[in-house]
Design a protein around this ligand. Sequence first.
Ligand SMILES: [Cu+2]
Length: 639
Amino acid sequence: MRKLFPSYLTGAILAIIGYIAGSQFVYHRIGSDNQPAGPNFTEQGMVVGFALFFIGWLIGIGALKYPFTWLLALKDPDHEEEMRLAGKDAGIIRYFKFTTDHKVVGIQYLVLVLIMLGFGGLGALLIRSELMRPGALLFPTETYNTIVTMHGMLMILATITFFIGPFGNFIVPIMIGARDMAFPRLNALSFAILVPAIVIFLSIPFWGYGQANGYGGGVQTGWTVYGPIATQTGMGMTALATAVILAGFSSILGAVNVITTIITMRAPGMRWTRMPMTVWGIFGAALLAALGTSSFAVDLLLILLDRIYKTSFFAASTGGNAVGAGGGNAWLSQNLFWFFGHPEVYLIVLPAFGIVCDVVAVFSRKPIFSYKMGVLGIMGVCVVSFLVWQHHEFVSGWAPELRFWYMATTELISVPTGFVFLVLLGTLWRGRIWMTLPMMFALSFLWNFVIGGLSGVFLSDVPLDVQLHGGMFVTAHFHYTIVGGALMCFFAAVAYWFPKMTGRMLDEKLGWIAFWGIQIGFNVAFLSMFIAGLQGMPRRVADYDPAFATANFITSIFAFLLIASVALYFYNIVISWVAGKKAVANPWGALSLEWQTPTPVPLENFEEIPVVTSAPFQYTQETVEAEAAAEPAAGQAAG
Ligand SMILES: [Cu+2]
């Protein structure tokens, strides 16, 4: 029983008590009727409730214990206890605790990310079921809009977390030869903040149905939450804004930790030019998260102020019920959103660039081709990604005189991206290719991302974008980059590091069935969606012209195949984690540091801090020939 306090269980109990206390305080102390001129008490009650929900959770899991003992100069009695609890002998309970072991935090992130992708996938299933045929099949339009908004936002939250969270925490410290992250408690906190954020997010559909504001419940803005519709839409918007602001903090704290760890915790000899590409990719993404997230947080904060206190940051005119008497600007919302929104897509993809380079090097048994050009590519994208955001507003009427410049910068981003792809092709060239599951997912990233990237060039051209903006061509484009690209790389990373993170091998047969189902389902579904877009079908509509029926029917059927295959892959992850074949310490014969540690990885990672003497993945002719000679043994090891 003692192990259960503090834990996620006590955290959940105090969070619920906190919500009830906070919201009831507002409702009863100030009253819950909405006076048009005054603040929106109902949503004020929600926000105060959410704030106490969050604080109750932090107290309940013990996250505030250390800061208070430190603040009050009390001896922190539990420091040793805390580390012990992070140790092996605490069993599975340690995964439901506020713990400082970066490996446990990495696993916690992996599980949460899989749950988020699961809910996002459910949203995709509902969307494609509705769009399988013209006509309103399953949902009233407001419900459909809420599902589309939640699917988009949740998948974005999942994909900006699914590399830095699991692998940035578990693998990167070991890969650079460190014993832990720079700020272990901040690390635990960044995860602890994300959990209540996702719970609040999933509550969106339950707020406000039947309310008088004509927009009903939920939220009908799409993931871009533009003002002023974000101010007028259902009450779910207040839950969404609160949840994403919290998730933003978690992302910034996590990013600061990763950046500091990579700069300060590298082992002797681990020069910048000797770091595996995974580390560069995650470093670049962390920089984008640390620098960009706040503009989105401000956007959401202004939406909450416009909703609750009737300010009018995004309302040009008041329509008679605003304290601010208008004078706001909807373009402000778009710019605050996309100043983060575009770097955010590279926050998702930069780690994938790095991971794919490393995986391809390992399974081509070759050093990374032109390593420095690869680094230049990743960091080049990192910088240019802050200079392109207006390409999302080519048809919004904002600053048409700037369109030429943003078209140029957007096309410029293809150059450093191209570096990374040439590095990949150069590494594959004449490699001794070992077609493992991680390798195949890495190669599918290559194939899909090229299609995603090229279709992006179309959209960066103003004349073409005027035709295609707001249509299904755009939706197909970003699903090719994020699903076809980043998600495939996530599946590669899971298959690649699964043996090190869980001590088990993923089931190969199930893996391959899922792989081909995913590739066929994904490519047919979204190639057909490009066609619907070229035919002129708008996005974010619950119903559409019968002219688009064929393309949508094909997309839905193959999307079902994709979703079923992803579900099979998740099933494989679960059963292999529980009962998969035991893994040896280095089943892939990889040369980076994490594979030189035993499995399971000891608490302190290394007996002795390693000394690094060369660039990563220095496969030589000799090592490859020696391995080839021992081939039968290697086959069995992996088989
Ligand atoms: Cu963009």
